[in-house]
Design a protein around this ligand. Sequence first.
Ligand SMILES: [Mg+2]
Length: 121
Amino acid sequence: MESILIVDDDVNLCTALKDELLEVGYDVDYVNSGDDAFQYLTGNEVDLLLLDLKMPGKDGFDVLKQFNDRRLKSKIIVLTAYADVKSAIDSAKMGASDFISKPYDFDELLITIRKVLQRDT
Ligand SMILES: [Mg+2]
């Protein structure tokens, strides 16, 4: 079973999205901050991170940078209400595989998740 970690400060989004992803067969967990994400990843390997860009404290870009510094292997899809072209390009440059804007369409998100997890690199 492929594992997904949701990293978003919006608890309601995390619980709703976790339920939706569990229902289609993924192993899902969530954390509500960038620091918690790294704490989680110290003890757990995940196949995919769904990463919010806009969070208090360590934001999504900080997580991407720290993620690269530590050479972690999970794929990353950026998930944000701030879906502008610049954020998409910046997060792609920092290693994000794809980009989804909030409010997300679950079918679209699922297609993106499947596509990203099938890629080898
Ligand atoms: Mg947020």
